[in-house]
Design a protein. Structure first.
Length: 319
């Protein structure tokens, strides 16, 4: 059975903050929009539903399953184009399409999707037995098996601390290195079990499995998610037309911090040392926040518990 078919049968993706994100992003039915994280196309479809015949939607995704899904379900729409690529490379593709600087809205829906989490073949979740892969793009890079086999203990501990905010990072890293010296770590259950036994037993039942933070950290490191997020955000300022909107849905504090700081930095404009003979209006702000950060309603989180940590930030290009 093809990989794209496998991912479809395990879980139908439930989009988070769909109406809020698209409503905040959309300013013109004839505009050009970018869905930087196509996934299973929920946001893309909502944008296409609002576009006129003259509108255009350009999508990106690293996951071959997502590209296969788009080719199957969206290829009939001439307003739609998708590229098998990270949004960190959007500048290159938008230039090729001669739309760089003319985009009306760019949407990022960050993190891992439900089909990725729920497909054991992908190795993203410790709750499902499967091969340790964890790559968003299964056609390139090294998987988690090779990554864990070669990373130094200190570097691994730093990854778990920096990307997972795991307070037992050193203990877990030491346990992983000890375990791999005896036998290769190749499955999700193996890794989860090592982490479980490396962490102290909680005094009260835990809300999250002890492996949650470590799996997140390893996934982020393998896919360079935070690095690519910074690169992608950095390209949005020049990709957007004046008045164009940026909308970003984040699912953990590390992502949201980067987005928040990016918007804040470009709202303030360039800061200069006191006493320089330069007028302040020479360094105007380039973005302005639109409203307050939006979180899912209680009704949405009841239907989709994975939405609980989501936060949506919207900004508009003013210069």
């Amino acid at each position: 059975m093809a990989a794209c078919r496998m991912s479809e049968i395990f879980h139908q993706h439930i989009p988070v903050l769909l109406d809020e994100a698209v409503a905040s992003l959309f300013t013109s039915a004839d505009g050009i929009y970018v869905d930087a994280t196509f996934g299973r196309g929920s946001h893309s479809q909502a944008i296409l539903n609002k576009l006129s015949i003259n509108g255009r939607l350009i999508a990106f995704d690293k996951d071959p399953d997502a590209i296969a899904y788009a080719n199957k379900h969206f290829s009939h729409d001439k307003r739609f184009t998708i590229f098998h690529s990270s949004f960190a490379d959007m500048q290159t593709y938008l230039h090729k399409l001669h739309v760089f600087g003319a985009v009306q809205g760019i949407l990022f829906d960050l993190g891992v999707s439900s089909p990725q989490l729920d497909n054991p073949e992908r190795g993203f979740s410790f709750s499902r037995e499967g091969k340790l892969d964890m790559r968003m793009d299964t056609t390139s890079g090294i998987d988690a098996i090779k990554w864990l086999a070669q990373i130094e203990e200190t570097d691994l501990a730093n990854v778990l601390w920096n990307y997972g905010e795991e307070k037992f990072s050193r203990r877990i890293a030491r346990a992983i290195v000890t375990a791999r010296s005896k036998s290769s770590i190749t499955t999700t259950s193996q890794l989860a079990d090592i982490i479980l036994h490396a962490t102290p037993k909680p005094k009260k039942p835990y809300d999250k499995h002890p492996a949650t933070r470590s799996f997140q950290a390893i996934r982020i490191a393998i896919n360079q998610e935070l690095i690519e997020l910074e690169q992608g955000l950095g390209q949005t300022l020049e990709a957007l037309a004046a008045g164009g909107r940026l909308a970003v849905i984040s699912f953990h504090s590390l992502e949201d911090r980067i987005v928040k700081q990016f918007i804040k930095h470009h709202e303030k404009g360039q800061e200069l040392p006191r006493g320089l003979p330069v007028k302040g209006n020479h360094f105007k702000a380039r973005l302005k926040s639109i409203g307050k950060p939006i979180k899912p309603s209680l009704q949405e989180t009841n239907v989709n518990p994975r939405a609980r940590s989501a936060i949506l930030r919207i900004a508009e290009k003013i210069l």
